[in-house]
Design a protein around this ligand. Sequence first.
Ligand code: CTP
Ligand code: CA
Length: 230
Amino acid sequence: SGATGRGLDLAGRHVVVSAGGTREYLDPVRFLGNRSSGLQGYALARTAQARGAEVTLVAANVALPDPAGVKVVRVETTAELHSEMVAAAAGADAVVMAAAPADFRPTGVSAAKIKKADDGSSPSIELVQNADILHELAHHRSRPDSVVVGFAAETGDDSGSVRELAAAKLARKGCDLLVVNDVSGGAVFGSPDNEAVILASDGTATDVPRGSKTAVAHAIWDQVVRRFGA
Ligand code: CTP
Ligand code: CA
């Protein structure tokens, strides 16, 4: 932490970070998933630990080694991520939802492997919406003074620019900070680099220049630390 110049500014704090992407099973061998690598969440866990925090990392389906000195809880589905985040967030100073939970899951999970039909017909998959974990963590805080952070990858569309959509998402989720990635130029998935704008509920926006996910993680904790002081 000496190299970053931030010292141990998270000493005495308990922070909870989610990382990776959830899987929603169709049957014992198949799932719906997404491309989240978990790199940004792991960088957040490592940097918080380096800055003195007690860190719980709830990791969904990542192919990354456990960071030293971090408590790692592994999950697969959004339902598991939901219950582990609610449990870990109890009493925490800060919660960061860097994971990509699946928005939908199959209505039912087949206990047996789904087989092809003899007549060549294809099955359809009926989906039901998953709980919004960030919305719940922000709206039902175990401590009113905790800092809740979300992420959003946006492209902008007919209904608004990246910034407009992100500002609306920040308000809807009820979080204190929203880390916004503009992904219209191509995906950031699996990349060691990232670039972001951190929107705050007080209306401020902080640009984080293109850099390593470690550098972006430090910039996020800087904003969290400012909120602790407020
Ligand atoms: N998130 C969550 N629970 C969900 C979906 C998303 O906690 N079921 C969190 C993500 O971890 C992220 C933030 O909400 O921190 C924003 O995710 P995003 O997918 O952008 O938001 P959604 O509400 O799912 O909106 P969209 O329709 O744009 O996907
Ligand atoms: Ca989503």
